[in-house]
Write a protein that binds this ligand. Structure first.
Ligand SMILES: Nc1ncnc2c1ncn2[C@@H]1O[C@H](COP(=O)(O)OP(=O)(O)O)[C@@H](O)[C@H]1O
Ligand SMILES: [Mg+2]
Length: 179
């Protein structure tokens, strides 16, 4: 099974996917590591304080890795842009908690606002459902990493229990005037 764990930065992708990968013995691929090792960071966007990755090139490199592995978790906020995936799981976090997590990480204010706004507007969800059929959401707000990991495992292993994780149940629109 090829599973992308995507979501806005700070939603807990790396924490949860590490736990899932240990429990299920799935290979864990960090898309950030792949981008770094293969020099896929195109240029630095000064205004957004972020490095831009070419999703097409990332896909090319990742497809080679996927051919070598049967069961794999792809950790990264560009995961849903990859092809040949069996499942896309999006982690979601309430804007207030997400802001706090990014503040703890020491992120600059502008970058925090940009990412929290993207979370409020369901940006990754919208991108993911346009590209993939099997897309699910897991809320990581005020839930321990092991509980989030357990939900991901359930989605992977029990197709009959995926219903509660179908897109549309998580709604941050009440935060639309948050900033
Ligand atoms: N379920 C959770 N509850 C509370 N804090 C979390 C949870 N998951 C991750 N965190 C914390 O949030 C921050 C971002 O987590 P991380 O796994 O690096 O997210 P991502 O990979 O999506 O950017 C870290 O400080 C991490 O310890
Ligand atoms: Mg991460």
């Amino acid at each position: 099974m090829k599973v992308a764990i995507t979501g806005t930065p700070g939603t807990g992708k790396t924490s949860a996917s590490q736990m899932v990968s240990e429990k299920l013995k799935y290979k864990l691929i960090s898309l950030t590591d792949i981008a770094e090792k293969n020099d896929l960071f195109e240029d630095y966007d000064e205004k957004r304080d972020t490095h831009v990755v070419d999703a097409e090139k990332l896909n090319e490199v990742v497809q080679k890795e996927l051919k070598k592995t049967k069961n794999v978790l792809l950790d990264g906020h560009l995961g849903h842009f990859l092809k040949e995936l069996d499942l896309v799981i999006i982690l979601r976090t309430n804007p207030n908690d997400l802001r706090r997590r990014l503040e703890t990480k020491g992120w600059a204010k502008g970058k925090i606002i940009e990412n929290v706004q993207a979370e409020i507007l369901d940006i990754i969800l919208q991108e993911a459902v346009q590209l993939h059929k099997d897309v699910y959401e897991v809320d990581s707000t005020k839930r321990p990493i092991r509980t989030v990991a357990a939900d991901i495992i359930k989605i992977i292993q029990e197709p009959e229990s995926r219903e509660p994780f179908k897109p549309g149940k998580i709604d941050w629109t009440g935060y639309s005037s948050y900033f």
